[in-house]
Design a protein around this ligand. Structure first.
Ligand SMILES: [Zn+2]
Length: 244
């Protein structure tokens, strides 16, 4: 079911597509995922990924060896399918490398004279820190002031997802999202705030369970105009009264 959504990437993306921090990686490790399926509910992906739909022998060998190195017996009952599961899970969790802002946004950019701030708050975000490959997760708030163009609101979470599903640092993730909105809409300004907790801080190292990391990135009028920036930060920091 999910298998048909995976495609092996045969060619490099064309040079005219914007590539934000897309590192080179060996083609045999990746499976291509269609960008337009990104925002589908997880069950549409066949997640549970068990039994996983794909085999990547090299990836699975690496995980098998990793299990040995940490002192496990990879051949015991409970771990038999773990290399396959982990390989598929990591492939899925890093599927953002094979996506492009233009694919994600598609044709959902519209001409519109609305000129006040547009904000989508509390976009759920899950990513992996590039230093430890452990999850960090939280919420993103994105605002922009249109300059003749608006984007379908559901596309903003997709942009978040596209960059979050890579190995990341929160600072770069925040900047990439802001820059993508800037590139797609050329608005008067963009502001992005991300609040997240990092398992690499909570589970290991300093073991700070309650510290949140907040990052922001601004473009255009959000950078130049104090009142706009203030309105943005007030909106971003206000607690929603909608039930979730
Ligand atoms: Zn980390």
């Amino acid at each position: 079911m999910a298998a048909k959504k995976f495609r092996t990437r045969k060619t490099e993306p064309s040079a005219d597509k914007r590539e934000v921090d897309r590192p080179a990686r060996p083609l045999n490790v990746r499976k291509r995922v269609d960008a337009k399926t990104v925002a589908e509910p997880l069950e549409d992906w066949g997640l549970d990924l068990d039994p996983a739909p794909e085999h990547n022998a090299e990836f699975e060998r690496v995980i098998h060896r990793t299990l040995e190195i940490i002192g496990e017996d990879p051949d015991r009952e409970g771990l038999k399918k773990t290399p396959q599961r982990v390989a598929n899970s990591l492939t899925w969790l890093t599927r953002g490398y094979d996506m492009d802002v233009r694919d994600v946004v598609g044709d959902a950019v519209f001409n519109e004279s609305h000129s006040s701030m547009v904000m989508v708050r509390d976009i759920e975000l899950y990513s992996l820190c590039e230093h430890h490959m452990l999850p960090f997760f939280g919420r993103a708030h994105i605002a922009y002031i249109p300059d003749g163009k608006i984007v379908g609101l559901s596309k903003l979470p997709r942009i978040v997802d596209m960059f979050a599903r890579r190995l990341q640092v929160q600072e770069r993730l925040t900047e990439q999202i802001a820059q993508a909105v800037q590139d797609v809409l050329a608005p008067k300004g963009v502001g992005v705030v991300i609040e997240a907790v990092h398992l690499c801080m909570m589970m290991r190292g300093v073991q700070k369970q309650n510290s949140q990391t907040v990052t922001s990135a601004v473009r255009g009028i959000f950078r130049n105009d104090a009142r706009t920036r203030e309105e943005f930060l007030t909106l971003a920091n206000s607690r929603s009264t909608l039930s979730r």
